[in-house]
Ligand binder design. Structure first.
Ligand SMILES: [Zn+2]
Length: 202
């Protein structure tokens, strides 16, 4: 797997066939998937309006990668700062993090994990990630309040009923057969209308 910036350049390269560009976008999403890969992918398909026939609107791929780049710009400084602090703590003889960040062990790219690929926040990814990281830094109890949307949580073992984020992380996932079917439909972008007939929501 090559780096995010190299893959992002491929997404933008209109000399490549659209399918190659789509696969580069997939690589980018594997590097940066705040909701987990599937829910992040679904978010990108919907918000960037990636059509089933990529030739109808190849620029949709650029819109999607731009959103990932914005998200990464929010996430990376925090991840680097956390890593640097851990190094300092270890050098000072502390084996355990003073402020444990659970998503550090899930991979930073899953900070707002959504077990259901079709149920995730609708705001821009970068905004949601910033909210979650700010909430964590401010010491918000993620078992009582959703870090992504602020909803009070009564059933900490479940994903947030409003925005779909599960602060318990990927370990909470159990993919059922129907979930696998739905994922295949999302991956084929079934139901995404052709770009020409689409209303403009911008
Ligand atoms: Zn929520």
């Amino acid at each position: 797997m090559t780096s995010f910036p190299a893959q992002a350049r491929r997404v933008r390269d209109d000399g490549l066939v659209p399918n190659r560009r789509l696969h580069a976008l997939r690589e980018c999403t594997l590097h940066c998937a705040p909701y987990g890969f599937r829910a992040t992918w679904h978010h990108l398909v919907v918000t960037a309006r990636i059509p089933q026939r990529l030739e109808d609107d190849p620029d949709a791929l650029v819109r999607a990668v731009q959103e990932l780049e914005h998200t990464r710009a929010v996430l990376l400084p925090v991840a680097y700062a956390y890593a640097a602090r851990r190094r300092r703590e270890k050098a000072a003889g502390s084996r355990t993090a003073a402020t444990p960040a659970p998503w550090n062990s899930w991979g930073w790219c899953r900070v707002a994990y959504c077990p259901d690929p079709e149920h995730h926040p609708t705001a821009p990814l970068g905004q949601v990630v910033a909210r979650v990281l700010d909430g964590w830094a401010a010491g918000v109890d993620a078992d009582r309040q959703c870090l992504a949307c602020g909803t009070e949580r009564h059933r900490p073992g479940r994903a947030c009923p409003i925005c779909g984020v599960h602060t318990g992380g990927p370990a909470t996932v159990r993919h059922t057969p129907s979930a696998e079917e739905r994922w295949k439909r999302i991956w084929r972008r079934e139901g995404m209308p052709a770009a020409a007939g689409m209303p403009n929501h911008d």
